[in-house]
Design a binder for this molecule. Structure first.
Ligand code: GLN
Length: 493
């Protein structure tokens, strides 16, 4: 049965989306449920159960997030070279399930061990499922961006449900149940993939098909055992955030050296495309560093400076801060995908560089609106939740011009045998983004712990004003240098 599905038959699909996209959508949706469920629980759990100080919990949260995304490079690398995307996905999913089970069993005692499994697991799962989406399309299929848009909706449905349910169950009932739920849902994601993987035909099969089975299995075992051996190191690193700096200084340059070595084997044309991909990756670090204020400074801003009224309904501003982005993605992602398709049909679709530039312009506008919340403040320094939510709407439009498009362009610009690595690098940029976001957020916080609510408002909104200006500069810069990047991209749009 497996052999009957050919790449040709998959890529020759009729209509807007290939049917395999829906299966990957569902698998990723459940994985993101588990991931964002965990992510939502981390800080709260560390503060309320492990009794960490807030600052320490924040630092550890940042370190965990940075490690999660940094390991996507390693997951991508081993998928390209040894496991193939399908096996990587199983291995990653299995490790995530083990991690959640450990946490469900004894969250207080085994917290960091459980988290370390999850870090490695996500590294193997996350980049490789995204790469498989790209593989569903022929090189120049203009439906690819819309496909990634739909896939992105799945990510956010999972993120919304997980982020809400796990935190709610953890806080109001039991952390054990909440962590179990993350594990159960991850299992559903993996089963979904298991039952539908035959429809992917050769996509994601081992790159070592040509080797005798025994040799292949030995190499696979090497990856499995090697990744387990990494766990104690991760355990040490997430517990001592001082190592995070060191790790971040090393991993980026190391990946560049690795890529440089790989590039020596490529043609000039292929190398130019990799260079273009690196431009996108570098700009995305800036984007995520600003965007990820949502988990840090914006959540404190929501806590201190926002009224609890959204278009007449009383609601906790932190709930709005944590969920509005996902809600807006769910509502607008497919719509924007369809807009690109509509424009493509009329031959007026902006190219990827311009879409990225637009992403930054929306980012700039959103931060300008975050800044402008200060003009709507009452005498107590509390300001309008409506204006704040409007900013989230705008930032989401920016995200939709950049994030799904970024996934898509990685699969267009990299040669097939480097897809995993390039997707890993794309997510590594998120790791750096998270890391820088923490530093920016700390810089914005008022140095005086006892600052009044109004002083906090001024301090944060000053920071947002600066971010708006930087985002604008980045957007304009991208658009100005777009002819140069376009040349590097060759025929890729
Ligand atoms: N929200 C997206 C996801 O979870 C993008 C995350 C990122 O790259 N920082 O996949």
């Amino acid at each position: 049965m497996e052999n009957q599905v050919t790449l040709e038959s998959i890529q020759d699909f009729k209509g807007k989306y290939p049917k395999q996209l829906w299966y990957l959508f569902l698998s990723e949706m459940w994985e993101r449920f588990s991931f964002y469920g965990m992510r939502g629980m981390l800080t709260v759990f560390m503060v309320s159960e492990l009794l960490f100080k807030e600052q320490e919990a924040n630092l550890k949260y940042g370190a965990i997030q940075a490690f999660v995304y940094a390991f996507t490079f390693i997951g991508g690398l081993f998928a390209d070279k040894i496991l193939g995307f399908k096996k990587s996905l199983f291995w990653g999913g299995a490790l995530m399930i083990v991690g959640s089970s450990i946490l469900a069993f004894s969250p207080e005692k085994l917290f960091f061990i459980g988290i370390s499994f999850t870090v490695i697991g996500t590294g193997f799962f996350k980049p490789n499922i995204s790469t498989m989406v790209g593989a569903l399309y022929k090189e120049n299929d203009s439906r690819r961006d819309a496909g990634f848009g739909l896939f992105y909706t799945g990510i956010n449905v999972g993120a919304l449900l997980g982020g809400f349910l796990c935190v709610w169950i953890g806080k109001s009932y039991s952390w054990n149940i909440a962590f179990s739920l993350a594990g159960i849902v991850m299992s559903i994601g993996l089963l979904t993939f298991w039952f539908t993987k035959k429809t992917l035909g050769p996509i994601g099969d081992s790159p070592l098909q040509h080797l005798p089975k025994k040799k292949r299995t030995t190499r696979e075992l090497f990856v499995f055992i090697g990744s387990l051996l990494c766990i104690p190191f991760i355990l040490i690193m997430v517990q001592n955030t001082a190592y995070t700096d060191l790790f971040m200084y090393i991993i980026g340059p190391a990946t560049l050296v690795y890529l440089g070595l790989e590039m020596r084997k490529l043609t000039k044309q292929e190398n130019k495309k990799i260079l273009a991909a690196l431009f996108f990756i570098v700009f995305s670090i800036v984007f995520w560093a600003f965007f990820e204020q949502s988990g840090g400074s914006l959540s404190l801003f929501a806590l201190n400076n926002l009224q609890d009224n959204l278009v007449g309904v009383t609601i906790d501003p932190n709930v709005v801060n944590n969920t509005s982005n996902s809600v807006f993605v769910i509502v607008f992602s497919a719509l924007i995908g369809l807009v690109w398709l509509w424009m493509a049909k009329r031959k007026i679709e902006p190219n990827t560089i311009i879409k990225f530039g637009l992403g930054f312009l929306f980012l700039a506008l959103a931060f300008y609106v975050f800044y402008a919340t200060r003009f709507f403040a009452d005498v107590n320094g509390k300001t309008s939740l409506n204006v704040f939510t409007l900013a989230y709407f705008i930032i989401t439009l920016g995200e939709l011009c950049l994030s799904p498009i970024g996934l898509s362009i990685m699969t267009k610009l990299a040669p097939k045998h480097l897809w995993g690595v390039m997707m890993g690098m794309w997510f590594l940029a998120s790791a750096y983004g998270q890391y820088v976001a923490g530093i920016l957020g700390a810089g914005m916080a008022s140095p005086d712990e006892k600052a009044s609510v109004t002083e906090k408002l001024i301090s944060y909104t000053n920071g947002y004003h600066q971010l708006a200006i930087y985002a604008l500069v980045a957007g304009v810069l991208l658009i100005v240098i777009s002819p140069f990047i376009k040349k590097l991209m060759g025929e890729v749009k």
